[in-house]
Design a protein around this ligand. Structure first.
Ligand SMILES: Cc1cc2nc3c(=O)[nH]c(=O)nc-3n(C[C@H](O)[C@H](O)[C@H](O)COP(=O)(O)OP(=O)(O)OC[C@H]3O[C@@H](n4cnc5c(N)ncnc54)[C@H](O)[C@@H]3O)c2cc1C
Length: 434
């Protein structure tokens, strides 16, 4: 009997399990799923906890090729599990009226408006579940796997070591030590310690790691971006700014909330939106891609350092909040204007992001916003809000061909950055397990 371990129960593990059991109805196997969260409520991170925007796109979500038919299959699966979609016997998918969805830049006029101002509009189809429905969706998926014989969930077990060998792989957790024929590491961005440990002993596994995205979360009243929100919910654009850095928008949340993102030793900002509890503000990230060249090889260290610096300035586990005009003029914000922040006041301090972010990053953000003003009037109102820092780390890109019986999937492999791509990656890898 084949014995497998999956480490982590997030998007990529879901994709793997779905793909693995699909083909093996009559085969004998045991799968142990190690998850450091104590139960299904406390497991998962990021997109499987907050917001739940599901994208279908060739242009965003990861750096590996996930064929569109697999992306569609993945999204369909989540939609059915969310209750927002139903598959009829003849195979047609019926979507609920309540489901927020759209196509970015399908509107030719809007596409041209951004294009003519120098922006690169990014095309994607998306569906928005909302934080509350997403939680239920993940629970429904978990129930399905729980009912599948031979899948055992080991909640509260944090894997500390994976020891490769020719035949069997040893998995050591805080509670047990076991050998497996195959091990799938699916620990997401936050599980980077486990992957780093493996990589330390096997540097040949790393293909590249030279990037970090550094920036801010921008918040403004809904009415300023109302037309855009209605037209496409999520607007994704890229611009090469005057500094030479590429700046992009990410994770637009109409009527959403700004949140903290907690790492082991620092906090950053993020945003999400619920399906029912709505606010009067829209938030989105403005991210500047920093690529480094040798001998520097620690972009994760760089992003962590800047995040920590913003926390130190904010006096602990907090972020800095600043009005746009003050940001532009390098002045500490002492009083807010018309926009009421949606982040809990315990989590921010009014300050000056110019003390934390590098000058080129700041100039890139300002250039981006000033040019965006030509397309969206009001985007640079002086009292619009910036929270910082927001950081997106890229994990080391891993060469999965190296160990036959260990596969590293999802965000911790460095190849994915979204629910669809991480799930699709797990799904594809499951088909290549002999
Ligand atoms: C705030 C936020 C919002 C996001 N919103 C979206 C969105 O709307 N749409 C979208 O497409 N993407 C979104 N993302 C990105 C998305 O969450 C990820 O790309 C996706 O979840 C990655 O899947 P994964 O399986 O690689 O990792 P994860 O889904 O993060 O799962 C990893 C799992 O491994 C467990 N784990 C970690 N280390 C260990 C260990 N040592 N032992 C045992 N278990 C371990 C973790 O507890 C976790 O459950 C968001 C991310 C964040 C942070």
């Amino acid at each position: 009997m084949k014995k497998l371990a999956i480490i982590g129960f997030g998007a990529s593990a879901i994709g793997f399990l779905k793909g693995f059991i699909e083909d093996r109805k009559n085969e004998k196997f045991i799968v142990d799923v190690y998850e450091k969260g104590e139960n299904i409520e406390t497991s998962g991170f990021g997109g499987l906890k907050y917001d739940g925007k599901l994208f279908i796109s060739k242009e965003m979500g990861g750096d590996l090729e996930i064929p569109l038919n697999i992306q569609k299959k993945v999204v369909e699966y989540y939609l059915i599990k969310s209750g927002y979609a139903e598959k009829k016997n003849n195979g047609t998918l019926i979507l609920s009226e309540k489901l927020e969805r759209g196509n970015s830049f399908e509107n030719e006029q809007l596409y041209r408006k951004f294009y003519d101002a120098g922006f690169e509009p990014i095309i994607s189809h998306f569906f928005h579940l909302g934080t509350d429905i997403l939680t239920e969706t993940v629970k429904n998926i978990y129930k399905e796997f729980l009912e599948t014989k031979n899948i055992n969930f080991k909640f509260g077990e944090e894997v500390t070591k994976v020891l490769p060998s020719e035949k069997q792989v040893i998995v050591i957790s805080n509670k047990s030590e076991e050998s497996y024929d195959n091990v799938i590491i699916a620990v997401g961005r936050r599980g980077h310690k486990l992957v780093n440990n493996l990589v330390k002993d096997h540097p040949e596994l790393v293909l590249s790691n030279d990037k970090v995205d550094l920036g801010i979360r921008y918040e403004l009243p809904n009415h300023v971006v109302e037309d855009l929100n209605k037209e496409m919910y999520e607007f994704k654009i890229r611009l090469k700014t005057k500094t030479g850095y590429i700046v992009r928008t990410f994770c637009n949340n109409p009527s959403g909330e700004v949140t903290l993102e907690k790492y082991d030793d620092f906090v950053t900002v993020n945003g999400h939106a619920n399906s029912d509890k709505k606010t009067h503000n829209t938030n989105f990230a403005i991210l500047v891609t920093h690529s480094f060249t040798q001998p520097f090889n620690d972009p994760i260290g760089y992003g962590s350092y800047i995040s920590k610096l913003s926390n130190i300035l904010a006096g602990g586990d907090k972020v800095i909040l600043q009005c746009y005009e003050d940001f532009k003029n390098s002045k500490r914000t002492k009083k807010l204007g018309r926009v009421e922040p949606t982040l809990n006041p315990n989590f921010y301090i009014l300050g000056d992001l110019n003390l934390a972010l590098p000058r080129r990053t700041i100039e890139s953000i300002i250039d981006f916003l000033e040019r965006l003003e030509k397309v969206i009037q009001g985007i640079t109102y002086p009292d619009n809000l910036l929270y910082g820092a927001e950081v997106k780390f890229y994990a080391n890109k891993i060469n999965n061909e190296h160990f036959g019986n260990i596969k590293i999937v999802g965000d911790c492999s460095g190849w994915t950055r979204s629910i669809t791509y991480a799930t699709g990656h797990g799904y594809i890898v499951s088909k290549n397990i002999e």
